[in-house]
Design a protein. Structure first.
Length: 206
């Protein structure tokens, strides 16, 4: 099937189904014993991995749209970004409820004292802000500032892979691959970052 704007509803439906499948698999996997007797660390890893994958897929949309000269593909970014936030929130919820059992004093100490958790919380707050302002209503209210705000995804694209790298106790290959992919997607946007830098420099000079 040739891609054209009429394909958008089908692509969105396929995206929604594909993003939901890892969640739909979880109840069966838990019942079938696919996780260990202490599944919390594995659940944290599983949900965090999918949040990171969906974040990288969100960053892939613009290069794909430009390469295919199909600007309408940009409309896939919002559902991908919202699914990324959903998995990141479930990752956080498992940590808060199942791992630390809502021991708020310990939670606060962990966020302050453990660097990878600090980075993870910072990334989640960025994703929360982007998800909360992702609607067309917020886009109209914020005007030009909306795009500036949503450039925060680039900060999340750095924080999340580093959070993953820092969190693993052994084996650096997988986090290194994710970090490399994230840096490659940011490098693709180097001209955009250079324009920001020149604009900030000119404003500072004035």
């Amino acid at each position: 099937m040739r891609l054209n704007p009429n394909s958008l509803p089908w692509l969105k439906a396929a995206l929604q189904l594909g993003a939901a499948l890892p969640l739909l698999w979880l109840p069966w996997a838990l019942a079938a014993g696919r996780f260990s007797a202490d599944p919390v660390p594995e659940l944290l890893q599983y949900l965090g991995d999918w949040a990171l994958r969906l974040l990288l897929l969100t960053l892939c949309v613009s290069p794909l749209a430009k390469g295919l000269r199909a600007g309408w593909l940009i409309r896939l970014r919002r559902p991908l970004g919202l699914w990324c936030f959903a998995y990141a929130s479930l990752h956080l919820l498992v940590w808060l409820v199942l791992d630390l059992q809502l021991a708020w004093g310990q939670i606060g100490a962990e966020i302050i004292e453990r660097g990878f958790i600090t980075l993870g919380m910072a990334a989640w707050l960025v994703l929360l802000l982007l998800a909360a302002t992702s609607t067309q209503g917020w886009q109209r209210r914020l005007g030009r500032r909306w795009q500036q705000l949503h450039n925060g995804i680039y900060l999340a694209a750095l924080l999340v892979p580093v959070h993953f790298w820092w969190a693993v106790k052994s084996g650096w290959l997988e986090p290194a691959i994710y970090l490399g992919l994230s840096l490659a997607l940011l490098w693709w946007r180097r001209d955009k970052f250079a324009r920001w830098w020149r604009g900030a420099y000119r404003r500072g000079a004035l």
